[in-house]
Design a protein around this ligand. Structure first.
Ligand SMILES: [Zn+2]
Length: 418
């Protein structure tokens, strides 16, 4: 057993403690509280006084794409331009159905892995302890099994034509079953989860959405939802950018008819939305959509810097929170962001959403993210019995309690409590 002392403890789900202590055994939080109270209860040799420090739960970055660590872009003029750029860059490397597998073969393995490792370092050094990572190739599974993070991998399917979706589903289903066998064999299922996710309503067929939901059962799933405004037009009228985009890429299904409702309502109607769904972005939503997300218990991940980068608009985070929606935060990929540093994301979010409080932002980046990824019972806050996925900041000697949040939002790095 070890005791860590610090000037401040920020448990997130309870009040800030001044002159506090956390008792840890193995990787479990045994107790926490005021220094004197803990000292009177525990006579332990191993005591570490961090003095002028703040201890808090580590952050959860609920939406990343580590596989895109090599695809860096200049700030986009629009979502449309950006999407074509992504396609152009990737087309250079692959042709064929399961394109991204071939695409990766063309990249120098080492260069690619180094780029990914750099991003993982960035994630860890910014105090992140859990990620929700979208994967198109499962290429990084072995690497991610070795990182000191809780990981929820969403193997993402993209297929707008029904037949193609079915074939793709069969391949990924077997892949996930194989990965899960390995995970169970090594007893890693608590910290390492793999499930299937859908790319977006404009790129996944109705049948494929249903197959994914069915296959996942009570596992978490994810979807990019209501990101650009063009997605709303496509779902409501069947026209506009996405129709042309799919046709030009020979991915359009001529039998398809627009559902005639918003992307959120469409996913509700086909049974994709519930408390195991993580809807990413949700920028272009109306009041009815917000009500649906709330009623269905969907978690929403906001990616403010990515939304700004792609000029898709601003998610109504204040309204989400007021409707009781579990809102979390993610950096998205390096293809639409400068870095994967969650502290930088929070700093930006504070300016971007001035009507969201500091306390709410910190919850979004800790406990809410943990809940959204299925780690909420044992991660995301300082509570007895939870995992000690804790971080610390070295703070100025005279930092007042009221200045704690300012300090966090101005930081770029922090340490992981061993
Ligand atoms: Zn994304």
């Amino acid at each position: 057993m070890r005791i860590f002392y610090a000037k401040y403890i920020l448990p997130v789900t309870s009040e800030i403690i001044e002159d506090g202590a956390v008792v840890i055994e193995g990787n479990k939080i045994i107790d926490f509280g005021a220094r004197e109270e803990i000292d009177s209860k525990y006579k332990i040799e191993k005591r570490f006084d961090l003095k002028n420090a703040l201890i808090m739960p580590g952050f959860v970055n609920a939406h990343t794409h580590l596989e895109l660590s090599n695809l860096k872009f200049k700030e986009a003029k629009s979502f449309q331009d950006w999407l074509w750029e992504v396609v152009k860059k990737r087309n250079k490397f692959f042709k064929g159905r399961f394109a991204s597998v071939k695409f990766l073969k063309f990249l120098s393995e080492r260069k690619f892995k180094n780029a990914v490792k750099r991003r993982i370092d960035e994630v860890i050094n910014s105090g992140t302890v859990a990620i929700g990572d979208v994967s198109n190739t499962a290429k990084l599974i072995t690497l991610l099994l070795r990182v000191p993070l809780k990981v929820q991998i969403f193997i993402e399917l993209i297929a707008f034509k029904e037949e193609r979706g079915r074939e793709f589903f069969d391949v990924v289903k077997d892949l996930i079953e194989d990965i899960n066998n390995i995970v169970r064999k090594h007893n890693l299922q608590k910290d390492f989860k793999v499930s299937m996710s859908a790319h977006a309503p404009y790129s996944v067929s109705e049948g494929l959405f249903k197959l994914i939901k069915n296959f996942n059962g009570s596992s978490k799933t994810s979807v990019h939802l209501a990101e650009p405004v063009e997605e709303v037009e496509f779902l409501k009228q069947g026209t506009g950018f996405f129709r042309n985009f799919l046709i030009q890429r020979d991915a359009f299904d001529p039998k398809w008819e627009a559902p005639g409702v918003s992307p959120v309502k469409y996913l509700e109607q086909i049974g994709f939305l519930d408390e195991n769904t993580l809807a990413v972005h949700c920028v272009n939503v109306d009041e009815e959509d917000i009500e649906i997300l709330s009623r269905r218990g969907v978690s929403v991940c906001t990616c403010p810097r990515s939304n700004f980068f792609l000029k898709v608009g601003k998610a109504p985070v204040r309204k989400f929170l007021d409707s009781g929606i579990n809102v979390c935060i993610g950096t998205d990929s390096i293809a639409s962001n400068r870095d994967l540093n969650i502290l930088h994301e929070l700093k930006f979010a504070r300016e971007f959403y001035p009507d969201v409080s500091d306390v709410e932002l910190i919850k979004m980046a800790t406990i809410n993210g943990a809940v959204a990824l299925g780690f909420g019972d044992y991660c995301g806050s300082i509570e007895k019995g939870k995992d000690a996925d804790l971080i610390y900041f070295i703070i100025p000697k005279d930092l007042k309690k009221s200045e704690i949040y300012d300090f966090i939002f101005q930081s770029s790095i922090c340490g992981r409590l061993a």
